[in-house]
Design a binder for this molecule. Structure first.
Ligand code: F6R
Length: 248
């Protein structure tokens, strides 16, 4: 893992947005698609703001971009204010020229019987476009990436999972109470994430400092899924000063 420490999340997000924009332009010149793996949550919002800005002010086009989101709560209607579909539309997709057919977000409204096949298809769609070029990640206080909570294996693929108590607590304010936070989610697996050609994981603020330290410097283990990223040969951990403060 290469760590990049910036003064603040604004500067760090600027770096990440430019890395993504460069990939999109490079692929455009080659007449190819750029495949992005995307995260929700508070961490990547400034990156999306910058991408929208690049589109509106500098003419960056997303016509050749294909996206796969990491996860969605289950059960979750796409129309709900809590859905990650809604989040992505609000923060990014409604403001750029991406083809809606190129956007993929796990569907939280399926019946339980449909999920297995759906998850296999999600994996296949990623394979069929040649795999993810850049996977954007945040990190949860449990050490989760996507919603791969402690206990997730290195080879896990897209599937229905149970959310950790800590994760549900962290989401409680968004849902006006822990009891309203869904107990499950559909998430890409650790194995899905590890297949990305490049991974950019971000973390801001002192609350993330202990888990960042474990992810970067700790022993690789299932109880901290983010430690698996140490096995990846092209993974950048982008931090602000506070999130990096426990690193030795
Ligand atoms: C979101 C996701 C999660 C978040 C993580 C951090 O799609 O997969 O792993 O990245 O929970 O959340 P924030 O950024 O809100 O601290």
């Amino acid at each position: 893992i290469n760590t990049h420490i910036y003064e603040d999340s604004q500067n760090a997000s600027w770096y990440v947005a430019n890395e993504i924009a460069s990939l999109i332009k490079q692929k455009q010149e080659q007449g190819q698609k750029a495949v992005l793996g995307l995260a929700t949550g508070s961490t990547p919002t400034k990156v999306y703001d910058y991408l929208v800005q690049f589109h509106k002010e500098n003419g960056l086009s997303f016509k050749n971009v294909v996206t796969f989101n990491l996860d969605e709560y289950f059960p979750m209607s796409p129309d709900s204010i809590h859905s990650y579909v809604r989040f992505m539309n609000e923060h990014l997709f409604d403001h750029i020229d991406i083809d809606p057919h190129n956007v993929h977000i796990p569907d939280g409204s399926l019946s339980k019987e449909e999920i297995r096949k759906y998850c296999l298809d999600y994996e296949e769609k990623i394979q069929n476009v040649g795999g993810i070029d850049i996977q954007v990640l945040g990190i949860g206080r449990t050490g989760h990436i996507g919603f791969n909570e402690p206990g997730s294996s290195l080879h896990s693929k897209t599937r229905l999972v149970r959310l950790d108590r800590v994760t549900r607590l962290d989401a409680a304010s968004d849902f006006f109470g822990e009891e309203n936070v869904p107990r499950r989610a559909i998430t890409m697996g650790v194995g899905t994430i590890m297949e990305a050609k490049r991974i950019i994981i971000m973390a801001w603020g002192e609350g993330k400092a202990p888990i960042v330290q474990q992810a970067v410097e700790g022993k690789i283990k299932e109880s901290v899924p983010a430690t698996f990223l140490q096995h990846h040969n092209n993974c950048d951990f982008v931090l602000d000063g506070a999130a990096s403060s426990f690193l030795t």
